[in-house]
Design a protein around this ligand. Structure first.
Ligand code: AFP
Length: 358
């Protein structure tokens, strides 16, 4: 990039956004920049791969020639903690990698926000060099004068003040919403700066591309099976158009593709493990990705309702997740609300009556 060609950096973007809030203290911007710095550090570790002296997803920390090597997701969690604990903007942090919320050390000031994150999503892809990412969400702390409790984090996604992800792919990108649309920044490795390259991202409302792990099809509920079957029927079925299928098993990479060109992602609750309401986590996967999707004109649903309206009951709660092009998510929700075909049970095994309807 010629020196004379001006490009907006993430710092400039945040300062110009802040001018819309004259009374803003600047704490929020500092927090986002600390998160961005953590993502840059993780991007470097991911890029070095096996050369960097850390493990991918193989096993836990191991001792190699006296050196304790950490799994990259554990290391990424440490990076998020170290880069964000000192700034005085947080009352606490919560992560997929930590059972309980992280308490800000007493020698650092506490602040008015909560940071929730999945430090390395898709980590099972690390060893095979497939794109992975970090996901983050910013909430307001109910009381910034004390350490955050688990309850403080249990806020619906509508309460998020910012959210986004970094995707570590052919390029490293940071995608961010602060509640005023969605903007994409590409890391310039020469400058070490995130540069605004994708302003005001919008998801096309329609698509011909869906993403689901089809190996779970025997566990799907009827509305999901109906939706996928209609996509597979293509021009010969009720959708009257052919569809393409994708599955990267790295949600951040799927979300980024959908943000760039449309599509729909489904990881619905299913009957594979009825003790879980889905595979993906509500607080640090579904809510931040959902906030980005909705800010870009897309939608995010449990299949039955907006994910962002769900009041979390626990820090690591799982949830069924459908997001992407608005008209497809609307259709999937509609299928869940239509009367389901009643499976007449054999009266011999009914619990309550001979004509028990499902
Ligand atoms: P990992 O972080 O354990 O690799 O899981 C990734 C993920 O949470 C999400 O990013 C993928 O969309 C989904 O799981 C893949 O799940 P399957 O392995 O069941 O397809």
């Amino acid at each position: 990039m010629p020196l004379t060609q001006h490009r907006t950096t993430l710092t400039q973007f945040l300062i110009e956004e802040r001018r819309r809030y004259p009374h803003a203290s600047g704490d929020f911007n500092s927090l986002i920049l600390s998160v961005a710095l953590a993502c840059k550090s993780i991007a470097r570790s991911v890029a070095f791969g096996a050369l960097g002296g850390v493990l991918g997803n193989a096993g836990g920390a191991i001792n190699v020639q006296g050196e304790t090597q950490k799994k990259l997701d554990v290391l990424s969690n440490d990076v998020f903690l170290r880069f964000n604990e000192w700034g005085g903007h947080l009352a606490g942090m919560a992560s997929e990698e930590m059972e309980d919320p992280y308490q800000i050390p007493d020698h650092y000031p506490k602040g008015k926000y909560l940071l929730v994150f999945d430090p390395l999503d898709g980590s099972s892809n690390i060893d095979v060099n497939v794109s992975v990412g970090s996901i983050f969400s910013v909430l307001r702390a109910p009381d910034s004068t004390r350490a955050a409790t688990q309850q403080d984090f249990l806020q619906p996604g509508t309460e998020q003040v910012a959210a986004g992800y970094a995707v570590y792919g052919p390029t490293t990108m940071l995608v961010l919403t602060v509640g005023n649309g969605v903007n994409g920044f590409t890391l310039d490795p020469n400058l070490g700066e995130f540069i605004l390259t994708h302003p005001a991202l919008q998801i096309p409302p329609d698509t011909h591309e869906f993403a689901i792990n089809a190996s779970n099809s025997r566990f799907w509920e009827a509305p999901v099976k109906r939706y996928v079957d209609e996509c597979l029927a293509g021009k010969t079925g009720p959708r009257d158009k052919d569809f393409n299928m994708r599955w990267i098993a790295s949600m951040v990479a799927e979300a980024h593709r959908i943000l760039m060109r449309g599509g729909v992602f489904l990881y619905p609750r299913d009957t594979k493990d009825t003790s879980k309401q889905g595979r993906l986590r509500l607080l640090y996967e579904a809510n931040p990705i959902g906030f980005v999707m909705e800010q870009a004109g897309g939608r995010v649903s449990t299949g039955r309702q907006s994910v962002l309206e769900v009041r979390p009951s626990s820090l690591h709660q799982r949830i069924g997740l459908v997001f992407g092009s608005k008209n497809e998510v609307d259709r999937i929700e509609r299928y869940h609300h239509e009367p389901q075909p009643v499976e007449m049970h054999n009266p011999l095994f009914n619990e309550r009556s001979l004509f028990h309807a499902v």
